[in-house]
Design a protein around this ligand. Structure first.
Ligand code: KG4
Ligand code: ZN
Length: 335
């Protein structure tokens, strides 16, 4: 079974063909980062317009690399969450192709795509596992029991981890996307140089809160200005450490409490080099805790994860009726 996945929920136009939910035959991503950078963040209208320009060439490239339309058995597309105008572009194209090629269509939850991206790796997880999904809009801990069976164990009370990176970077005058810039600068910095509050919530030990951290950075910058050179590297490393520390602590705590032998990282923030290293260090402290880290390309937005999720969705629920709509606020699990 080969599924063509299409992803246009935010600022990447992506298409991929995945075989049996496990092997990407093609994986094409056209990023809009340069377009949004001068505005300091994603401008929804610009995102939609550029998806319109990019989507057909990107789909064409993914299908051609996989051997042509005759190879495709089903079409999958992100139906939410995301920017409404951006989602509409992918969904309309997917519906058009499904009708033209007479193939089943599957609407996929972007967050489930992130969570299942790990199945495209060399050593996929087995159920049950603890999934930490950390992206630009979400920061959640899930107990994954089986495909389509997820329980939300904790999430952020305010900003997402990616937002904390992006807003922090903006305060420091760094380019969008901030997580990438902070990750790069932090490599040469001392994570103990500046004290930041922990991104945790008193009395809710699997919840996160990143807004206090952002405020602390704002106060620091108001008082001391934005440093340069080593000072900037130290500040980035310290800020990053506060975010990463909370993520790893709570993910490991949840895995242990619910006796989940595998920890899976997912979403754009899981591309962060310090988070990857810290999670590996923490998991190494337990004989019975395995860490599954998808490649960086599979962590940030891509369509292979959407096609993979659709494969399992087709097996469990079947195709989605053609009249489905985009759902900008779609959740993976209702709290
Ligand atoms: O999953 P994703 O690509 O899109 C959403 O679904 O939101 O995640 C984007 C987020 C952005 O906030 C970006 O700054 C962050 O992922 N990000 C990173 C890194 N690469 C991307 N954050 C920290 N370190 C990175 N290396
Ligand atoms: Zn995403």
């Amino acid at each position: 079974m080969r599924v063509l996945g299409i992803e246009t929920s935010c600022d990447e136009t992506a298409a991929a063909v995945v075989e049996d939910g496990r092997r990407a035959l093609s994986d094409v991503v056209a990023t809009q980062i340069e377009i949004h950078r001068r505005w300091g963040g994603v401008v929804p209208e610009l995102a939609s317009r550029n998806h319109v320009v990019q989507v057909m060439p990107v789909v064409d490239e993914a299908v051609t690399r996989a051997g042509g339309p005759a190879m495709i058995d089903a079409i999958a597309v992100t139906s939410g969450p995301g920017l409404v105008g951006a989602l509409l572009v992918g969904v309309q194209v997917a519906k058009g192709l499904a009708l033209a090629w007479d193939k089943p269509l599957v609407g996929v939850n972007h967050l489930e795509g992130h969570l299942l991206a790990a199945f495209l790796g060399e050593e996929p997880p087995t159920f049950p596992f603890l999934g930490l999904v950390v992206s630009g809009g979400h920061t959640s801990l899930y107990r994954a029991r089986a495909f389509g069976d997820y329980e939300l164990l904790g999430s952020t009370r305010d900003d997402a981890a990616g937002e904390a990176f992006d807003k922090g970077a903006k305060l420091l005058g760094l380019p969008y996307p901030g997580g990438v810039a902070i990750d790069r600068l932090a490599k040469a910095g001392d994570p103990r140089a500046v004290k930041f509050p922990k991104a945790i919530v008193k009395g809710a030990d699997l919840a996160f809160s990143f807004s206090g951290l952002k405020t602390a950075l704002l106060h620091h910058v108001k008082k001391h200005g934005v440093p340069e050179g080593q000072g900037l590297a130290d500040l980035c490393a310290s800020y990053q450490e506060a975010i990463v520390g909370a993520l790893v602590q709570k993910a490991v705590r949840a895995a242990r409490r619910f006796q989940l032998p595998t920890l899976v990282l997912a979403g754009g923030v899981a591309a962060n080099s310090r988070l990857r290293a810290a999670a590996a260090e923490a998991a190494a402290g337990y004989d019975d805790l395995r860490l599954v880290l998808p490649t960086v390309k599979l962590c940030t937005d891509n369509a292979a994860m959407i096609a993979a999720a659709a494969h399992y969705q087709l097996e469990t629920e079947g195709a989605t009726p053609m009249d489905f709509d985009v759902e900008p606020d779609l959740a993976l699990v209702n709290w």
